[in-house]
Design a protein around this ligand. Structure first.
Ligand SMILES: NC(=O)C1=CN([C@@H]2O[C@H](COP(=O)(O)OP(=O)(O)OC[C@H]3O[C@@H](n4cnc5c(N)ncnc54)[C@H](OP(=O)(O)O)[C@@H]3O)[C@@H](O)[C@H]2O)C=CC1
Ligand SMILES: O=C(O)[C@@H]1CCC=N1
Length: 284
């Protein structure tokens, strides 16, 4: 617990003596917890509430965090991170409502759930920040977008930003962009892993040992991503550099265009955006 009131003067969740509660310690909850611990958060001031007892124990053993089984424990936290599935959000908010007061910051990492949704289920005046993180945060290469709710001041947003900045880049976006963000960077790692899977499978079809195909594809993806970031070149320029006239790449790209892969990405991401919008509606 902080020296005085929760939230008072806590500029960063990594400031000494600051308490953070994480509700829901699945994939994304662990990603957040591990990042905070790597960033220097005192594990004994990291409270974890997780439904699955065995999972909670794994995290306590792995990170030294304090597992609590009663949501009332979040009352002592400066920052409360909600990392449960969108479908569980109403239930969790009903349980924490009496234990979270203005002065504490609530950070929701759930897809689709708006700050208005969270605010309406908490006591009036509680500051809420919506975050869309992604799993590369596990290796400090995350991309998170954050948006302020209606009771946030600059300090609240800065606090949420500091929490996410430990594990990668953070962008402030208007909340109306969050569903599109979710479709791009939130779900994005899965699309790229899907492409990686497909390329490895293709290598195997072409007669390469699976281990060789895997090494070739993974390093090609890492190298290409690094080239994009370090040169700042437009991807079209980089693709054209690879595409020799009448060569192998041109033959492959023509097949991708014939199979409407570009259009498939567009409709796939529209589907993700629409699902994000629907998640909050389904919960209401
Ligand atoms: N995975 C990802 O890449 C990303 C996820 N997110 C968001 O993060 C959130 C969590 O996703 P993810 O980690 O993948 O999901 P998980 O299902 O892995 O984790 C959620 C955890 O919360 C637990 N839980 C459910 N209800 C409660 C409760 N009342 N109290 C305590 N714990 C509870 C769940 O237990 P049980 O399984 O028993 O229900 C589960 O262990 C989602 O809202 C998602 O939209 C955002 C960006 C990326
Ligand atoms: O698939 C999902 O709903 C979550 C949100 C973004 C990534 N995973």
């Amino acid at each position: 617990m902080s020296a005085e009131q929760p939230g008072a003067g806590a500029a960063s969740p990594l400031s000494s003596g600051t308490t953070t509660a994480v509700i829901g310690a699945g994939v994304m909850g662990e990603t957040l917890i591990s990042g905070l611990v790597r960033g220097g958060h005192d594990p004994s001031l990291l409270l974890v509430v997780e439904k699955r007892v065995d999972r909670a124990q794994v995290l306590a053993d792995r990170y030294g965090v304090r597992v609590v089984d009663d949501l009332a424990a979040v009352a002592v936290a400066d920052t409360v991170a909600l990392v449960v599935k969108p479908q569980d959000m109403s239930e969790v908010l009903a349980e924490v409502r009496d234990h979270v007061v203005p002065g504490q910051l609530v950070v929701s990492l759930a897809a689709g759930i708006t700050t208005a949704f969270v605010e309406a289920r908490l006591q009036p005046g509680v500051a809420v920040v919506r975050v869309m993180p992604n799993t590369p945060a596990l290796v400090d290469e995350g991309m998170a977008a954050i948006s302020a709710g209606s009771h946030c001041d600059v300090e609240h947003l800065a606090r949420a930003e500091a929490m996410l900045a430990v594990t990668g880049k953070v962008l402030r976006v208007p909340e109306k962009q969050q569903d599109a963000v979710t479709a791009i960077s939130g779900s994005g790692p899965a699309y790229l892993f899907f492409v990686v899977e497909a390329m490895i499978e293709a290598g195997v079809h072409l007669g390469l040992p699976r281990s060789t195909a895997t090494e070739l594809v993974v390093q090609t993806v890492v190298g290409s991503a690094t080239l994009l970031r370090e040169t700042g070149e437009h991807p079209t320029v980089l693709r054209e550099q690879v595409t020799s006239p009448g060569g192998t790449t041109a033959a492959a790209i023509r097949e991708l265009e014939d199979h409407k892969v570009r259009a498939a990405f567009l409709t796939a991401m529209e589907a993700a955006r629409n699902r994000s919008v629907a998640l909050a509606r389904d919960e209401d």
